[in-house]
Design a binder for this molecule. Structure first.
Ligand code: G6P
Length: 612
C-alpha cells in the first residue's frame, strides 16, 4: 500500500526522502514522487519504481531542507505520472501526500468544480488538497486550521502530510484509519507511514491516533490537536525497530532471509511464554481474558490472506485441543454479511501488519455487538493491536517481503500456545498429551532448521517445474491450510496459477484437471489421515499427474508412488504446519527467482492493505 515519508530540519531533504521511499518499497506500489520546499516548490513524480524516480530527477534541482515523498498503490485512477503524489493545489501553494481513500470525494469534487477548480488527475487526493486550499482562501485561516476544517468534511481514511509555500517552515500531518508515525530528532522532524524510514535517525517517535493533527514547525516543539481542535499531549515512545532487520544480511532477497529466520522467529514467539521446566504456557497479554475463552461458546477468527490461513490452523487447534467450536471468516465477507455475533463470542483478529482495513472493520463490528476481541498482530502499536481488548504479539520482527513467511509461522505458534493454555485450563487435554506437545513445541525451531536443509533439493525441483502453468496443492486435516498457503505463496510471487484443496475434495472437481502436465504437491506427512492421503496420491498417479510429496523422514510408502519426495523431520500432527510449510515457501521462492520475478515486491500486491 501507499507509503509516506516527510522531512523538515537542517539536512538536505531529498536523500532522506529517497532512502525512506526505498525502505517503504516493500509495502507495494506502482508510482512515486517527491515534493521539495525551498522558497518555491519542486515536484518530481513518475510511474514505476523509486529508481525510475531517481533517473527522472537526474540533474535537476534537489536542494531544500523540507520535503514530502510518496509511493502510490493505485486506487482512484491508474498508475501514471499525473496520478502519482504529491498533488499540488490549484494556486500552486499547497502540496499534499495521502494514503487511504476519501470516500465522499465525488460530491466534494463537484462542489469544487462549481467554484472554479480544475483537476489534472483522477485522484481523491487532488480533491483534498484543493478543498484545503478553498477553505484556507475563503476563511483566511492558517494551513493547519484549513487542514482541520477540511478533514471534518471528509468521509474515509487518510494519512496525510501537507506543506504550503506561504508557510514554508511548517508541515502538517494527520491520520484516520491509516497509520502515521512522527520521528522527533534534534531540531528536525520525520513523518512516515511506518518506522522504517525513520529508524536510522531517531528512536523517539509519536504514533498519531485517529483524527489527530500534528503541527511540525522549524525551531518549535511538535504541537498536537484533534480534529475538534482539542489540544493533546504527544506521547513519545521508543521506536522498536533495528536497522539490521531492514537489511538483507547477505541474502539475495528479503523473502529468503525471512524464510531462514524462522527457527529464530518461532523461538521469539514462544520466548517467556513456553516454560518447559514448569510445564507451563502463559500468554501475558491475554491472561486477564482467559475466563472469556473458558466461557466462550464459539471462537470466530477474522483475517485476510495468509493470516486467514493461520486462522484455519487455529480452527483445527481450538476444536481439537480446547473443544471450542470455531468459525474462520474472511474479514471482508464477515463485515458485510450481517453476521450473528454473541456477547459470549471470542473474536480473534489475526494480522501481520495490524493495519488491514477489512480486518479492522470486522473488529469494530464484532465490538459493537459486545464480543471479546483478541488480537494476534506482528506490528507493535498497530491499529488492530490498539483496537482489540487484549492480544498477543507474534514477535516475528519486521517482515519486508510482501509474501508472508515468518509472520505465518509466528501466528501459528501463538495460536498453538493459546489453544494449549486454554485446553489445559479447560481440562480438555490429557496431562500426557499436554506435556508431550510442550516438549515437541520446544524442539520445533530445530526441526524447522532441519526442514530448511531441503533447500538445495527444492532448488533442483524448481528447475524442473518452473515452466508449469498450473499447480495443485493437496493436504488433509492440519495440512489442508498448509496446502492453501503453499498455493497462495506460489501464485503471489511466481504468477503461476495454483489451487489448494483438501485432498479428498480433489475427486469432486480438480481431478478433471490432472494430466501429465499438472504438478501436484501433496503434504503427506505421518498422521491420522496418512493412509487416506496415500490413496489420494494414487488417484493422481492413475491420471498421470506428477506428484511432489512432502513426507516424514524415513517414509517408504509414499516414496514408492510419488515422483519426488521431500523429507522433513517428524513431529506431532498438531505442530506439523510449522515444519511442512517450510519446503512450500522455498519452492515458491526458487520458482519465482528462476522465472525472473520480483520476489520481494510482486506485481499488484501490497504488504499492508489499508483500503477495503
Ligand atoms: C496482503 C499481503 C498478504 C497478507 C494480507 C493480510 O494481501 O500481501 O501477505 O497476508 O494482506 O495482511 P495482514 O497484515 O492483515 O496479515
Amino acid at each position: 500500500m501507499c507509503g509516506i515519508v516527510a522531512y523538515l530540519g537542517e539536512r538536505e531533504a531529498y536523500p532522506v526522502l529517497i532512502k525512506g521511499l526505498k525502505r517503504l518499497e516493500y509495502r507495494g506500489y506502482d508510482s512515486s514522487g517527491v515534493g521539495l520546499m525551498n522558497g518555491d516548490i519542486r515536484l518530481y513524480k513518475c510511474k514505476g519504481k523509486v529508481a525510475d524516480l531517481e533517473s527522472h530527477v537526474g540533474e535537476q534541482d534537489i536542494t531544500g531542507t523540507a520535503g514530502i515523498g510518496h509511493t502510490r498503490w493505485a486506487t482512484h485512477g491508474e498508475p501514471n505520472d499525473t496520478n502519482a503524489h504529491p498533488h499540488v493545489s490549484q494556486s500552486g501553494d499547497l502540496i499534499l501526500i495521502h494514503n487511504g481513500i476519501i470516500e465522499n470525494y465525488g460530491p466534494l469534487r463537484k462542489e469544487l468544480v462549481k467554484r472554479g477548480y480544475e483537476f489534472r488527475s483522477e485522484t481523491d487526493t487532488e480533491v483534498l488538497v484543493n478543498l484545503i486550499e478553498e477553505i484556507r482562501l475563503k476563511e483566511k485561516v492558517s494551513v493547519g486550521e484549513a487542514v482541520r476544517k477540511a478533514l471534518s468534511e471528509v468521509v474515509g481514511a487518510y494519512a496525510i502530510v501537507v506543506m504550503s509555500k506561504s508557510e514554508p517552515d511548517k508541515m502538517i500531518a494527520a491520520r484516520k484509519s491509516s497509520p502515521l508515525v512522527i520521528g522527533l530528532g534534534k531540531g528536525e522532524f520525520f513523518v512516515a507511514s511506518d518506522g522504517t524510514p525513520i529508524v536510522e535517525y531517531t528512536k523517539n517517535v509519536v504514533y498519531l491516533e485517529d483524527e489527530e493533527i500534528a503541527i511540525l514547525e522549524r525551531g518549535e516543539e511538535m504541537r498536537l490537536f484533534n480534529i475538534r481542535n482539542k489540544k493533546k499531549t504527544p506521547y513519545i515512545q521508543e521506536l522498536e525497530l533495528h536497522l539490521e532487520a531492514l537489511e538483507k544480511g547477505g541474502f539475495d532477497h528479503f523473502m529468503l532471509k525471512e524464510i531462514y529466520e524462522q527457527p529464530r522467529s518461532i523461538m521469539d514467539s514462544m520466548r517467556g511464554r513456553l516454560r518447559l521446566s514448569k510445564g507451563l504456557v502463559s500468554l501475558g497479554g491475554i491472561v486477564e481474558y482467559e475466563q472469556k475463552f473458558l466461557n466462550a461458546k464459539r471462537i470466530i477468527f477474522v483475517a485476510c490472506g495468509t493470516s486467514w490461513h493461520a486462522g484455519l490452523v487455529g480452527e483445527y487447534l481450538f476444536e481439537d485441543l480446547a473443544r471450542i467450536p470455531v468459525e474462520v471468516e474472511y474479514a471482508s465477507e464477515f463485515r458485510y454479511r450481517n453476521p450473528i455475533i454473541y456477547e459470549s463470542d471470542v473474536v480473534i483478529a489475526i494480522s501481520q501488519s495490524g493495519e488491514t482495513a477489512d480486518t479492522l472493520a470486522a473488529i469494530e463490528l464484532a465490538k459493537s455487538k459486545g464480543a471479546t476481541i483478541i488480537g494476534v498482530c506482528n506490528v507493535v502499536g498497530s491499529s488492530i493491536s490498539r483496537a482489540t481488548d487484549a492480544g498477543s504479539y507474534t514477535h516475528a520482527g519486521p517482515e519486508i517481503g510482501v509474501a508472508s513467511t515468518k509472520a505465518f509461522t509466528a501466528q501459528v505458534t501463538v495460536l498453538i500456545l493459546m489453544a494449549l493454555s486454554i485446553a489445559q485450563k479447560k481440562g480438555t487435554i490429557s496431562k500426557s498429551k499436554y506435556r508431550n506437545l510442550l516438549t515437541e513445541l520446544d524442539s520445533i525451531p530445530q526441526k524447522v532448521t532441519q526442514a530448511l536443509e531441503t533447500n538445495d533439493q527444492i532448488k533442483y525441483l524448481s528447475g524442473i517445474f518452473m515452466n508449469a502453468r498450473n499447480f495443485l496443492y493437496l493436504g488433509r486435516g492440519y495440512s489442508f491450510p498448509v496446502a492453501l498457503e503453499g498455493a497462495l505463496k506460489l501464485k503471489e510471487i511466481s504468477y503461476i496459477h495454483a489451487e489448494g484443496y483438501p485432498a479428498a475434495e480433489m475427486k469432486h472437481g480438480p481431478i478433471a484437471l490432472i494430466d501429465e502436465e499438472m504438478p501436484v504437491v501433496v503434504i503427506a506427512t505421518r498422521g491420522a489421515s496418512y493412509e487416506k492421503v496415500v490413496s489420494n496420491i494414487q488417484e493422481v498417479k492413475t491420471r498421470k499427474g506428477v506428484v511432489i510429496a512432502v513426507v516424514t523422514e524415513g517414509d517408504k510408502e509414499v516414496k514408492e508412488i510419488a515422483d519426488y519426495t521431500i523429507e522433513i523431520p517428524a513431529t506431532e500432527e498438531v505442530l506439523m504446519p510449522l515444519v511442512s510449510t517450510i519446503p512450500l515457501q522455498l519452492l515458491s521462492y526458487h520458482i519465482a527467482v528462476l522465472r525472473g520475478a520480483n520476489v520481494d515486491q510482486p506485481r499488484n500486491l501490497a504488504k499492508s492493505v489499508t483500503v477495503e
